[in-house]
Design a protein around this ligand. Structure first.
Ligand code: 1CP
Length: 355
């Protein structure tokens, strides 16, 4: 494998010294970029794009051609695992994801199988290999998966949900069934991420988008426990370098200390928690990734620069900060405003790393 020319992201995730704060954006490849919309139209459906390694590679690299980002993230989706489990994923135009066969009964849970990643999700591993080749060491490639809890909500509800009616009802009334499902999904996630690492992913990130809808006790029992199991099962070294593991539970500001005890290297933080408070909570045990409110990018470039300065100051001096949005970039964001953010991070962060 080729040498890594920019390892700032890996160094910051491991709390090693860097010259400036590295930056990337959640959902950095996506609909806010006209070139993404063009490739997407050429591919057909969203899943056709995910299943085509060359086109998935093209859209992964598009944001790097526009902005001097410090990382690439595999273009795929968290719902590839339930799709490979046979749930029948589809995206209706202008709507979110749907499953033809949601998981609601004991028989449904029994039918769920743990997919073989190279076999049933081979298109994802092929995309990782093509992207690594095309990146040629420019920046590291982040691989990712959804968390068991977040994936289970989609699998049970059959799509996006407001109140988590069916998934929470199962959690309350049939915790045994919920645990049986979460256990299978956790095994699938572990094998899937390990296959991505074997194919060339240099960071593994777990998106627990819906962890924050749980009470603290339910979060520990139904989300954190499985995140911990995944961290324990992951390959932590490839190409002679440590593969950092990043956990992101949205809305988890109150229990970042517990998350820091899982053995992960870094935590994603959304914009509702101040990074200075987050840093105090985790006591410098892990690196932090975040946390500009994605809506900041609706403001003027001058205002964006000020807010970037505020986020950098809230983390303060020292190693272990990766700049990011607190959640995915919105599809109606002006790309020039994303450019202003990236430039401000690179310029304004240098004094925080001066020795
Ligand atoms: O082209 C389109 O219209 C499809 C929109 C789209 C895109 C661009 C979807 C459908 N997924 C993606 C790509 C995607 N999804 C990436 C690509 C890499 C990058 O960041 O550039 C990633 C990391 C994801 C992860 C993902 N998918 C999450 C976790 C992160 C988060 O944003 O919270 C979740 C919850 C999903 C489910 C999903 N897939 C797509 C949509 C619109 C959704 C959200 C549905 C919902 O709100 O419930």
């Amino acid at each position: 494998m080729s040498e890594l020319n920019n390892d700032t992201l890996l160094r910051s995730l491991l709390r090693e010294p860097v010259d400036y704060t590295p930056v990337w954006m959640m959902r950095q490849a996506g609909r806010y970029l006209p070139e993404y919309r063009e490739t997407r139209a050429q591919a057909g459906s969203f899943m056709d794009l995910c299943r085509n390694p060359e086109l998935a590679c093209e859209v992964t690299i598009q944001p790097l051609e526009r902005f001097p980002l410090d990382a690439a993230i595999l273009f795929s989706d968290i719902l590839t695992i339930p799709d490979a489990m046979g749930l029948g994923l589809y995206f209706a135009e202008g709507e979110g994801p749907h499953f033809e066969h949601p998981v609601r009964s004991e028989a449904d849970v029994e039918r769920v199988h743990v997919p073989d990643p190279e076999d049933e999700l081979g298109y994802v591993m092929d995309a990782v290999r093509v992207i690594r080749r095309e990146l040629a060491g420019r920046v590291p490639l982040i691989g990712f998966s959804g968390s068991p809890w977040t994936l289970a909500t989609y699998m049970i509800e059959g799509g996006t949900t407001k109140h988590f009616a069916l998934s929470k009802a199962m959690m309350f009334d049939r915790p045994d069934l919920m645990h049986a499902l979460l256990g299978k999904v956790a095994d699938a996630v572990t094998q899937y991420l390990n296959a991505q690492i074997a194919a060339g992913a240099q960071v593994a990130m777990v998106f627990d988008t819906w962890g924050g809808v749980l009470t603290p006790g339910d979060y520990r029992e139904f989300s954190l426990r499985y995140l911990e199991r995944i961290v324990e099962g992951l390959t932590r070294e490839a190409d002679g370098r440590r593969v950092p593991v990043v956990l992101f539970s949205k809305g988890a500001g109150q229990w970042l200390d517990r998350m820091a005890e899982t053995g992960c290297d870094a935590l994603g933080v959304d914009w509702t928690t101040d990074l200075s408070d987050a840093r105090r909570l985790v006591q410098d045990k892990v690196a932090l990734q975040g946390n500009l409110d994605p809506c900041t990018l609706y403001a003027s470039p001058a205002r964006i620069e000020r807010e970037v300065g505020r986020v950098l100051a809230s983390y303060g001096a020292g190693n272990g900060h990766v700049f990011n949005l607190g959640h995915g970039i919105h599809p109606d964001t002006n790309p020039d405003h994303a450019a202003a953010m990236v430039e401000a991070v690179h310029t304004l962060s240098r004094p925080y790393h001066a020795t």
